[in-house]
Design a binder for this molecule. Sequence first.
Ligand code: NAD
Length: 253
Amino acid sequence: MRRMLKDKRALVTGSTSGIGLAVARALAAEGAEVILNGLGDPGEIARLCDELGALYNGANLMDAAAIATMMGEIGPIDILVNNAGMQHVAAIEAFPADKWDSILALNLTAAFHTTRLAVPRMKERGWGRIINTASAHSAVASPFKSAYVAAKHGLAGFTKTIALELATHGITANCISPGYVWTPLVENQIPDTMAARGMTREEVMNDILLAKQPTKQFIAPEDVAALAVFLCTPAARGITGASYAIDGGWTAE
Ligand code: NAD
C-alpha cells in the first residue's frame, strides 16, 4: 500500500524524546523523510536515525543563529512540527529570570524562526503543514508555571496569525494541545511541584496532574502523534488556525 507521506520531508523539533519522538515515528511510518532534532545521547540518537531512516540535526533551538544554520543545512521541508519545549515550576517571586528567557526562547521564539525560514519553500510548492505542539496551557493556566503558560498562549496566537497569512497557499497551521502526557517533561517537574506545593510524589500525581483530567489517565504520546498525522492528510486540508485539545476533558471544565 502506498504510504501517504512518501514524497514529504518533515522536521520535528524536540524529537529525541517523548511526544516529538512519537510524532517522528508516526510520520516516518507514513513514508515521510524525517529530520530529528533535540538533545540526547549520540549513540541513542544514531540508533533512532537507523530505526526511522531519519536524518538528525542537533541545533540548540534557544539560539536563533543555530536555527538559521539548521534550516539551511536540512534543506526544504513540507511538514514542520514545532514541538521542542521545556517546563519550570516555581512561584512568580522565585521564578528564575534565566528560566523565563529559556522557556520563551524554546517554546515560542524557536517556532517563529523555523516557520519564517520554512514558509518560502512551502509557498513555492503550494503545500505545507505546520503543526505546533501547544498544550492545555495554551488555553487555561495553572499556578507556578508563568513562563510556560505565557509561551503556550503565545504559540496559540502565533499559530492563528500564520494560519490567516498562509490560508491561500495550501499551507495549514494548527496547534495540538495535549493535557498531561507521560514523558520526561512531566516526570521531571514532579520534584519542583512537590517543593512548590509541599506535597508528596503521589499527591502531585493524583491531586495535581491527574486531577486536571476527568479521564484520570495520562495521554499516550502515540495518540498525539496520530492526530499530527491526521493533520497531514488530504481530509485535513480545510483545518487551519485550529487548536485540537487532546486532554482527557481537562479544558471542557
Ligand atoms: P520531552 O522532555 O520528552 O521532550 C522535549 C524535547 O525537546 C526533547 O527531544 C529535548 O531534547 C528537546 N529539547 C530540549 N531543549 C532543547 C533545545 N535547547 N534545543 C532543541 N531541542 C531541545 O517533553 P515532551 O513532554 O515530549 O514535550 C514535547 C512538547 O509537548 C513540548 O512543547 C511540551 O511543552 C509539549 N507538551 C507536553 C505535555 C506533557 O504532558 N508531556 C503536555 C502538553 C504539551
